[in-house]
Ligand binder design. Structure first.
Ligand code: BTN
Length: 232
């Protein structure tokens, strides 16, 4: 079951470092504040204390599944949880961002540690506009900046873990294909002009195997990972 055992620290460097590869599957670590929060591509993840949901989850995917797909699985789960919490439609910016009203409200970091995957989720819940970073690549938001409501972070965490439990079970059974409708219908980049690794083109879709298809001048490009910059 995802969520047990749970280790909670009022403050820590990063919840990613609170889990060990031999912890049971489903173990989670949470905190109210990270002093060295980690983002993708070596970036920092910065939040004002007590404003967001930060959770790391230890998963041990079965050998027949591609562990790299887990950040998309988590993105679907977080998007569904954001929709549960707000009643608004969320989108997924491939490969790991969740957007609400075009603002990045959540990011996902999947790290491999001795065969286990530590999936880190940071979800902006109660930050005010002033509490969000100014220098982010994608304009940041929180649930509160989008709909003006403050929320109980534990309730939001429960929604996230419940959706992750469901999406992970579906993925274990049927792979990414089984989650494809929920993923494809929330694809933020579809039809947008993007640049990825210096190549420009139009993001046409997320493929059923999780790669991003970009149609460039030199033909289609199937992107496995990396950072996608988009035009507004
Ligand atoms: C990103 O968008 O670059 C990914 C951000 C991931 C942040 C979460 S917060 C909980 C967990 N602990 C970390 O240090 N990072 C992840």
């Amino acid at each position: 079951m995802i969520g047990s055992p749970r280790r909670h620290e009022a403050e820590c460097e990063s919840t990613q470092a609170l889990l060990a590869p031999d912890d049971p599957e489903g173990a989670i670590a949470t905190t109210d504040h990270q002093t060295a929060g980690r983002g993708r591509l070596g970036r920092n993840w910065i939040e004002a204390p007590g404003t967001s949901v930060m959770v790391s989850v230890l998963l041990r995917p079965p050998p027949e599944r591609r562990a790299q797909e887990l950040s998309l699985v988590a993105a679907v789960a977080v998007a569904l949880a954001v929709e549960d919490a707000t009643g608004l439609a969320a989108q997924i910016k491939w490969p790991n961002d969740v957007l609400l009203a075009r603002r990045k409200v959540a990011g996902i970091l999947a790290e491999l540690k001795e065969g286990a995957v530590i999936l880190g989720i940071g979800l902006n819940v109660n930050q005010t506009r002033e509490e969000l970073p100014l220098d982010a690549k994608v304009a940041p938001g929180s649930l509160r900046t989008v709909d003006g409501r403050e929320r109980d972070r534990e309730e939001v965490l429960t929604l996230v873990l419940g959706r992750l439990e469901g999406c992970y079970a579906v993925w274990r059974e049927g792979g990414l294909d089984a989650l494809y409708d929920d993923l494809g219908s929330r694809d933020f980049l579809r039809g947008r002009r993007v640049t990825v690794d210096g190549a420009a083109g139009v993001a046409s879709r997320i493929e059923r195997d999780g790669r991003l298809r970009v149609d460039g001048e030199a033909g289609p490009l199937l992107v496995e990972s990396g950072e996608v910059l988009f035009e507004r």
